[in-house]
Design a protein around this ligand. Sequence first.
Ligand code: PLP
Ligand code: LYS
Length: 385
Amino acid sequence: MIKGKFPNDKFEQLETPFYYYDMELLRKTLIAITKETENKPFHVHYALKANFNPIILKEIASFGFGADCVSGNEILRAIECGFDPSKIAFAGVGKTDKEINIGLDNNIFCFNVESIPEIEVINKLAEKKGKIASVALRINPNVDARTHKYITTGLYENKFGINEQDLPKTIQTVKSSPNIKLIGIHFHIGSQITDLTSFEDLCVKVKSIRNWFKQEGIDLPVLNVGGGLGINYQHPNHFPIADFESYFRLFEKYLDLWENQTLHFELGRSVVAPCGSLISRAVFIKEGIKKNFLIIDAGMTDLIRPALYQAFHHIENISSDEEYTPYDVVGPICESSDMFAEQIMLNRSKRGDLIAIRSAGAYGETMVSRYNCRDLPASYFSDTL
Ligand SMILES: Cc1ncc(COP(=O)(O)O)c(C=O)c1O
Ligand SMILES: N[C@@H](CCCC[NH3+])C(=O)O
């Protein structure tokens, strides 16, 4: 089995657990995205929720990407790290007045609005400031992303977006809101989507809604199809970069843009997941009656995805070359769900070995907690370690 390459000698000096980011892989990923989108009316807004570590953000901003934010603090963080406010989209079902004002004060690209009352509030707040707020309507397309039910967002049972039936009413509200400028429509059907036919289904929906707006006499310069492109969690060493070519070609093929239209994407996971690993140490090997437990010093507080969504992360013992043997890999937290993997094959392990949990660059560091009074994991970067 091929394993990832890590600077073990440097890791030996460090307290575990910590996040380690391969910045070269991040750059290669950003180059791959740029290659597929340059010279096209395509705009990528990086979704900060996946990872808002300043070093990572500065690297992404340096490639000229926009940002997709879901809180006032994410907007401030994006700007601090070099993102151009005129490329910031702001989504979220529950934007507070304070957060809307942050968006208005920074003249962001657009608010992706998710309900009629939100349009009314943005209109009032914009009026107070003598500003016109650009908005895109986030529409719930009822398209199945065929992913884990906790990370699907575009079905009628999900809280996100405006239902199609409410569009006539929504347009009335927009028309009677002088401080709102409708510039587009926005969709996001879910995350970790590996079956690209879900995006084809989305395109069919986007086109029909776009035509409906046209019939209503409304021009939409901005089409935003959200994010969601999945990565290969099973084989991080064989497929370190997501299939951006197929992804962007699909939208190009199925969404024939009109002359004045730009197509916007909000990619998070596919940009940052592969470059991050959670590095931990084996604390104890506990031999059970039926199986052996590898107890590591990282827990669900450092990476919650396996406990929350039964998510799979490839795990490697990067200190050992001994024969492969089955382990349950578990953390130290006082919860039975604090488990990273069940009966996986790892090189025979001993106390102190370094254990890498791969593809943890997205929704890893951003979802940490201090449960059990734990220290937060540090982060290190290949460029500076
Ligand atoms: C509105 C919106 N845009 C973009 C994203 C980023 O998605 P992903 O990380 O799957 O690309 C999300 C998260 O699912 C989201 O909710
Ligand atoms: N946090 C989720 C993705 C949610 C995306 C945000 N809507 C994950 O780790 O897979």
